[in-house]
Design a binder for this molecule. Structure first.
Ligand code: ADP
Length: 373
């Protein structure tokens, strides 16, 4: 049996391991916390720091293949493992391009992939000298996640909110829709593309509010979205699963926002809604099996289960029984013991042929299911 390692034991690692049970594979996981959502689901768990060279190298050296569920991993160690013949998917070169938003934006520009205009700023002083470029969005090059590395800079008065580190200053897009497309690539370079997903954001928490798959897009926009997502992945030159996030603006122009080189939150519904889920697909790629079928079985919505404001401590799910009574609703809890405001604790997938029904049930679930302590 092949030995495959995963770096990172969060909810994505958890769902990846849930899909592994169908394959002849021995799974290894490294995370710094034995209480993480996935430790108990792998064959062999190692406590370690995924951003530390020695930890990653020692974890990976006996394996056949290794993958990630989060970008903050030590890519030097992955490069060494790759040079020693271990299959590292995504390739460390693709990970390097994506990990730093400055490099990522330059990659889009070099490869003529549509993305909003941008400047690079190395510190706040430089940001202050570009007020003619405002309103814009400031994105820190390294270390930002879940909206924490992003600030909207509308006027000179907002400059202090920016990042005093190498960052991208990106023109504001008049966003009509935020779309995500997951693309699978195997080591022969064959690709499979999932139907685009419409992501609806909560403007307060800057976290995903709910999403609908497939996205409602005019045919021309749909083709643009698919072509751009495929171009991004082709130029990254790496097998793996990639989630390309795009903006559709008020004029139906399409721009790449960012890409993740891994299974992604926007693909959670694929567990129930598509013939081969993104997690199933990654095992196929890692283990050299044919790519799966990305078609949807039924349209789907996802609602995130987020820690309620004002509650911290041992988690309690209020309204779970009521939600579990709804037909075609699938609850996924991530097994986190403690809740805090805004923490992602799980998600619910809803299936229905009717878009109105998806939205109705998504709102019903949001108002019924509360994460308290
Ligand atoms: P993160 O990597 O933290 O998810 P993103 O780069 O996706 O950050 O930005 C978070 C959100 O900020 C986006 O989903 C979008 O709503 C908004 N945003 C980002 N870039 C722009 C832009 N150029 N114009 C308008 N809104 C943007």
């Amino acid at each position: 049996m092949k030995k495959v390692g995963i770096l990172g034991g969060g909810q994505l690692g958890r769902m990846l391991l849930q899909a592994a049970v169908n394959y002849p594979v021995e799974t290894f996981l490294m995370e710094n916390d034995a209480d993480c959502p996935s430790a108990h689901l792998c064959h062999q768990f190692t406590i370690g720091n995924i951003s530390n060279f020695d930890d990653v190298y020692n974890f990976g050296k006996g394996l056949d293949a290794i993958t990630i569920e989060i970008e903050s991993v030590n890519e030097e160690a992955l490069e060494k493992l790759e040079s020693e013949g271990i299959k590292v998917y995504p390739k460390p070169s693709a990970l390097r391009t994506i990990k730093d938003k400055v490099v990522q934006k330059q990659f889009y520009k070099t490869n003529e992939i549509p993305t909003s205009d941008f400047l690079i700023t190395n510190n706040l002083q430089e940001l202050n000298s570009h007020t003619d470029f405002l309103p814009a969005v400031h994105k820190v090059g390294k270390g930002g996640y879940d909206g924490k590395g992003v600030q909207i800079i509308r006027t000179k008065d907002d400059v202090a909110k920016g990042f005093d580190a190498p960052s991208v200053l990106e023109k504001m897009v008049a966003i009509k829709q935020e779309i995500a497309v997951i693309v699978a690539v195997n080591d022969k370079g064959e690709t499979a593309i999932y139907p685009p997903v419409d992501m609806v954001f909560d403007p307060v928490l800057n976290l995903l509010d709910y999403q609908i798959s497939p996205a409602d897009l005019p045919e021309k926009t749909f083709w643009k979205v698919e072509a751009i997502a495929l171009k991004v992945v082709k130029e990254l030159k790496s097998p793996g699963i990639f989630a390309v996030e795009l903006f559709v603006d008020k004029n139906d122009e399409v721009f790449v926002n960012e890409t993740a080189p891994r299974v992604h939150n926007s693909g959670h519904h694929s567990i129930e809604a598509n013939y081969s889920s993104q997690f199933d697909m990654l095992w196929r790629i890692l283990l050299d099996y044919p790519l799966g079928n990305t078609d949807h079985i039924l349209p789907a919505a996802i609602v995130n289960i987020i820690g309620e404001e004002g509650y911290s401590g041992t988690v309690h799910y209020k309204g779970l029984e009521e939600v579990l009574q709804i037909e075609n609703v699938f609850v996924h809890l991530y097994g986190k013991k403690e809740t805090k405001p805004g923490r992602k604790m799980g998600h619910v997938t809803i299936l229905s042929a009717e878009k109105q029904e998806l939205i109705h049930q998504a709102n019903r679930i949001k108002s019924t299911l509360k994460v308290i302590s």
